[in-house]
Ligand binder design. Structure first.
Ligand SMILES: *[C@@H]1O[C@H](CO)[C@@H](O)[C@H](O)[C@H]1NC(C)=O
Ligand SMILES: *[C@@H]1O[C@H](CO)[C@@H](O)[C@H](O)[C@H]1NC(C)=O
Length: 318
C-alpha cells in the first residue's frame, strides 16, 4: 500500500502529477488514432531555424530529433557547418563556406545568425512567425503556437527573454540610448512585419556580420540594437522562454512541476540545468537531459509516451 507518511511531499506531488497525466491520457486514448502532428499543423505558420553544427549532432541535436522537431518537421530548417545525418538537404543551410569552420567566436555566430535571415526572407510569403532556436533547446510547440496566435504578425514583434536585469547601456552614436535585447539561446521569434522591416539590414550575410563587427556586439545584442536603433521595435519580453543560462529554472522542483506545462522553451546544460528530478522514462544514457521524459509529460498522447508513462506508473507504485 502506498502511504503518505512514508513518502516525502515531493514524491507525493510527483505522484499526483503522474496520476493526472495517466487519467488524461486514458481519456485521450478513447479518441482513436489521435495524431499530435495534425493538431499542430493547423497553426499560425511558424518557421523554426535551428542553429547547430556537425560536432553537436550526437551531443545535442539527436535529442531534439527524438522529441519536438518531428512535430514540426516540415517547418524546421537547420543552420549548420556540414550536412547532418538524417536531415534532408533541402532543410539544411550550410554555413562553412561563408562562415568558416565552427567556432564560438563573435563573427562565426553572427555569420550563422545572418543565415537565419536568408532562410526567413526566402520563406517570407509562407510563414507568419520566424523563430530561432539553439540546438540545446526544447520547444513546447503547442504552447508556442497558442502564444503567437494571440498576437498579430502584421505588427512588428520582437519576442524573447532578456538574460540581464537591465537594458544594455550605450552612449555611442548612432543611437546613444540603452536598449533591451533577447538572448538567442532562449529562442527569439519575429513577426512577418519585423522580417520585412529588417530586410535592408539582413539581405546578405555580410550586412549583418559587418554590423556586428562595426558595433562590436554579439549576434543577439546586434539584433536587439538593429531593432531598437534603426526600426524602433522594442522587445516583447516573455518569461516563458528559457535558456541554459538561467540558474533558478530547475532549482525549485515544486515550482517547476506546477508550471512546466505552460513554458514555451527550455534550455539544458549539465550538471544542473535540466529537470533532473523528473522520473526516468528512458535509461539515462538515452535521455541525459530528461528531455525525452519532459516531452512525454507534455505530449502524453504520443503512443511511445503512453507506454513509458504506463510502465513508470505501474513499476513505481506497485
Ligand atoms: C538515422 O535514422 C535511422 C532511422 O530513422 C536511425 O536508425 C539512425 O541511427 C539515424 N542515424 C543517426 C546518425 O542518428
Ligand atoms: C518609437 O515608437 C514609440 C512607440 O512604440 C513612439 O512613441 C515613438 O515616437 C517612436 N519613435 C520614433 C523615433 O519613431
Amino acid at each position: 500500500m502506498f502511504s503518505l507518511n512514508y513518502c516525502s511531499y515531493r514524491n507525493y506531488l510527483l505522484l499526483i502529477l503522474l496520476c493526472s497525466i495517466f487519467i488524461y491520457y486514458n481519456s485521450l486514448r478513447q479518441t482513436k488514432n489521435f495524431d499530435v502532428t495534425t493538431e499542430i499543423s493547423n497553426s499560425n505558420r511558424i518557421i523554426y531555424a535551428v542553429r547547430t553544427g556537425s560536432r553537436f549532432y550526437q551531443k545535442r541535436l539527436v535529442y531534439l530529433l527524438q522529441t519536438w522537431i518531428p512535430l514540426v518537421n516540415k517547418d524546421t530548417f537547420f543552420i549548420t557547418d556540414k550536412l547532418l545525418p538524417n536531415i534532408s538537404q533541402d532543410h539544411t543551410i550550410l554555413t562553412e563556406k561563408a562562415c568558416g569552420s565552427d567556432a564560438h567566436s563573435m563573427s562565426n555566430l553572427c555569420c550563422k545568425t545572418a543565415h537565419d535571415f536568408l532562410v526567413f526572407h526566402h520563406y517570407i510569403s509562407e510563414y507568419n512567425w520566424f523563430c530561432h532556436f539553439d540546438d540545446d533547446q526544447y520547444v513546447n510547440v503547442n504552447k508556442l503556437n497558442e502564444y503567437l496566435s494571440t498576437l498579430d504578425s502584421n505588427k512588428p514583434y520582437y519576442i524573447g527573454r532578456t538574460s540581464w536585469p537591465n537594458a544594455l547601456q550605450r552612449s555611442k552614436e548612432p543611437f546613444p540610448s540603452p536598449f533591451w535585447f533577447a538572448t538567442l539561446g532562449a529562442g527569439v521569434c519575429l513577426s512577418k512585419q519585423t522580417i520585412h522591416l529588417l530586410k535592408p539590414y539582413t539581405q546578405t550575410t555580410s550586412e549583418f556580420v559587418d554590423g556586428c563587427i562595426r558595433e562590436n556586439y554579439h549576434d543577439d545584442i546586434y539584433l536587439g540594437f538593429l531593432l531598437s536603433a534603426y526600426l524602433n521595435i522594442t522587445l516583447t519580453k516573455t518569461d516563458r522562454f528559457h535558456s541554459h543560462l538561467e540558474k533558478s529554472f530547475y532549482s525549485n522542483k515544486q515550482t517547476f512541476l506546477r508550471t512546466f506545462t505552460n513554458q514555451i522553451t527550455f534550455g539544458f546544460r549539465t550538471p544542473d540545468r535540466y529537470p533532473y528530478f523528473l522520473p526516468q522514462f528512458y535509461r539515462s544514457h538515452l535521455d541525459p537531459y530528461r528531455m525525452r521524459t519532459l516531452h512525454c509529460l507534455l505530449y502524453t498522447q504520443i503512443n511511445e509516451c503512453q507506454t513509458k508513462i504506463h510502465q513508470h506508473l505501474f513499476n513505481s507504485t506497485k
